[in-house]
Design a binder for this molecule. Sequence first.
Ligand code: TRP
Ligand code: ZN
Length: 877
Amino acid sequence: MKTIEPPVIRLQDYTAPAFLLDQVDLTFELDPDRTIVTSKLAVRRQDGNAEAFHLDGDKDMTLLSVWIDGRELNSDEYELEEESLTLHNLPDQFTLEIQTAINPAANTKLEGLYRSGGMYCTQCEAEGFRRITFFPDRPDVMTRYRVKVCAPVDSCPILLSNGNNVETGELREGWHYAVWDDPFPKPSYLFALVAGDLAMVEDHFTTRSGRDVTLRIFVEHGNETRCDHAMDSLKRSMKWDEDRFGLEYDLDIFNIVAVSDFNMGAMENKSLNVFNAKYILADAETATDSDFELVEGIVAHEYFHNWTGNRVTCRDWFQLSLKEGLTVFRDQEFSADQRSRAVKRIDDVRLLRARQFPEDSGPLSHPVRPDSYIEINNFYTATVYEKGAEVIRMMHSLLGEEGFQKGMKLYFERHDGQAVTCDDFAAAMADANDFDMSHFKRWYSQSGTPHVTVVEDYDAAAKRYTLTLSQETRPTPGQERKYPLHIPLRTALLDSNGKDMAVSRRGRSATEHLLQMEADKQEFVFEDVAEKPVLSINRDFTAPVVLHLPYDDATRAFLMAHDNDAFNRWEAAQQYASALMLKMVGEYQAGKELTVDPDFIAAMGRVVQDQEIDASFKALLLTLPSEEYVSEQMSVVDIDAIHAAREKLRRAIGEAHQDGFKHIYDATKQSGPFSNTPEAAGQRALRNSALAYLGAADEKTAPARLKDHFDTADNMTDSVAALRLLADVTAPEHDRAFDIFLAKWKSNAQVMDKWLALQAMSRRADTLMQVRALLDHPVFNIKNPNKVRALVGAFCSANPLRFHAADGSGYDFLAEMVVKLDKINPQVAARLMGPLGQWRRFDEDRQRKMRSALKAILDSGELSRDVFEIASKSYGE
Ligand code: TRP
Ligand code: ZN
C-alpha cells in the first residue's frame, strides 16, 4: 500500500471550539480560474480557552494574505499547512481578514466553489467551505453571513446567496454585484453561492401567519417549462409542515437552483437549496412516475431541513443522523400523506432492505451515530439516512403521533438556533412524554440488523396464546459483543376468517397490540384467544429487523390473502416467494429440474383476479423479491442460481395467468392527456407489470410485444418499462428501440441517463462490452456524476448477474473505473465501491477476484481519503 494512512476522527475526542464568530463578511470576485475570496471574521475567544485558533483549509486553495485588526501578518506569524492555518498569541476579541484565490474551473471534485454548465455554484456540506476560504469549518461554529458577490453582468446576470438580497449595484466596466444577508446564524456547511445566466420561474406561498414568501426556481434556459411539479411539491411541503408539524417558513424568499453537475441529490443551504437538476426537472414526456415521486420527496426533504437541520443543526458530523434520519422520516411521512401510505411504506422498506441491510452486515457496517471516520463524505449512508429514519419512526410508534409532536415541540423550544446531538433529541422526546429512552437509545450506538425469532404456543383449553421472541444481532466490525435492543412490534392475531381478533394482553383487550421487546428472550402472553390464531407481527414494519417466523406456505398464502395490514400482506407474498426461490436455488445447485409450487402460482392468480385492491398495491404484490433480496438470505450467494430461479418463476406465473394479464394490460390502458396522480401512476405500474409477465410467458412474441408497447407509449414510464425488458432481449427490436430513443432524446441529459442505465442493467452476456463501448459515447462524460452513476453505477450495483461474471471481468472494470475517477471526483469514486465490499458473501473463487480488485485499487498509487477508507475497510485484514 503506497498511501500513508490518513488519521481517524473519533467522537470521543470531541472538544468545543476555542473561538466563536460573531459575524462573517465574504466578498467574491468571480473568475473561472482565479476567483478571489475575501473574508472578514469577527472572532471571540471562548471563556478561558488558552488554545490557538485553528482554521481548516485545502491544498487546492492559495492563501494570499492574513490580517489581524487591520495589520497584515508576515508569513512567520502564522502556521500554514496543507489543510490548515493556525494562529497563536491572539487577543480575546479581534477581526481576522483572509484573502484566498481559488480555481472553480479546475474543481472537478464538485466540493467548494465550482463551475457547472457555465454557472458558478457551491457545495459545502460536509467540509467544502474550507475549499473556499480558511475557516473553522465545523457545524458547531454558527454565525451570521453577509456576502457580496461580484461578477460580469453578461455571463452572470443572476447573483445569489443565502438570506435576503439587501443591495445591488454596478461596478467597474461590465461588472455588477449583489449583497446578501442571512439573519439566521448558521454553520459554514449551509453557506451557498450561485451565479450565472439562469432562467427563473416564480410563485408565492402565504404562510399560515400571513407571511408572503416568494418562491423561485432557477434552471438553465429552456427548462422553465419543466419546473411545475417541483414548484407544486414545494408548496405542498410548506403547507404540510405547517399542518402536521406546526412549522412555518421563516424568511420572505426561498430559492432553488438546479445544476447538472452535482455529487448527490440536493442540498438544504439556508433559503438557497441547490439541486441535482435530475430532481427538479420533470414533465410528462421525460419523467417516469418514479421520477415524479423522487422530485416530490427530495424537494420536501430539503425544505424540511429548514427546521430539522438548519434552525437546529448538528454539533459534529457524528450526529449527522440527527438531521438526516429525522428529515427522511419527515419526507417519508409527507409522501405517505400525499399518496398511498401502504405503498410508500413498502417502497421505503424495499429500499432499506436493498441498501441498508447489506451495508449493516458487511465490512462498512456502522451505527446510526458512528464512533469514528476517516472521511465524513463516506458516512452519508443508508444507515445514517434510512436506518436513522427507522429509529425516529420507532420513537413515533412508541410515543404515538401526539406524544411525538410534543417531543418535537420541546426539541425546538430547547434547541432553536443551536448545534446539538442525537442525545439531545432523544432527551426532548423522553422528557416531553415522561418516557424512559435510555434503553431505546442503543439503536444509535449499536450497529447490525437484529434477527428476531418467533416461537408460538396456543393452549386451546386456557384460550391462551404465548409468543416467545428472541433477538440476536451478529457481531459487526469493531463491535464483537451485542446487547439486546428495545424493539417495538405492532402485532395482531387473526381468526380463521382472516379477521383481527380482540384479545387481551395485561388486562387490555384490543385487536392490535404494540409489543415491546427489551430482553434477549421474552414471552408475550395473550388471553381470551378464542381460536388458534394466525400471527401478524411487525405490522407496517414497526422495527427494522429480520424476522424468523414459523409459517408454512399455507399460512403465508392465508396472510397474503387476508391480513388487513397492507404491509404484512405484501410481506407474506414476499416471504412465500423467497422461500420458494430458495428451494429452487437448491434444485439448481443440485443439477435438478426447477420445480414451481402450484399453490404459489394459484395464490398469485388470486392477486391477478382481485378486484378490490388498488392498482399500485397490486403491482407491488405481483413483483417478485429482487435477486439482491434473495441473495441476502443465502450464506453463499449463487447469482446464477438465483437468476435462474427467479426467471423460471416469472415465466411460470406469466404462463399460468396469461389471460388475466392480458385482461389487465387492456383494461389499464389510459386514454386522454397524461396525468401524474397516484391513481394514474398505479394503473401504469400494474399495466407494465402485466407486460413483463406477458413477455416472460412467451419469449417468441416478446420482442414484438415490447416494441409495440414502446412505439405506442406516450409517456416516459411506459417507454422505460418497454426498454427495460427489451434491454435483455437479443433481437432487432432491441437495437431499433434504443436507437430511436437516442435519436429522440440525445439532447436531454436526464433521459440520456436512463438510456445509459437501461443498457448497463441488461442481462445480456455482452453487457460489459457494451458498457465499455458507451464510455466513449458522446453522451457519456466521466466528469458528470449522473453519467457515471447511470453507466458504471448501474452496471456494478444494479446488475448482479453481469457484475458478478465468473471471470471477474466486472470486478476488474470497477477497480479500473474507481482508480480513474478518484483523480477526478473522490466522493463519486468511493460511492461506487460498495458491491466489492460484499466479497465475503460469495464463493471462494469470486472472493479471491473481488479482493484482488480491491487490492489493485489500494496499490494503484496515491488515493483520496474517500477511496482509501472504503477500499481498506472492504479489503479487511
Ligand atoms: N444534506 C444533503 C441532504 O441530505 C445531502 C448532502 C450531503 C450532499 N453532502 C452532500 C448533497 C454533498 C450534495 C453534495 O439533502
Ligand atoms: Zn438531508
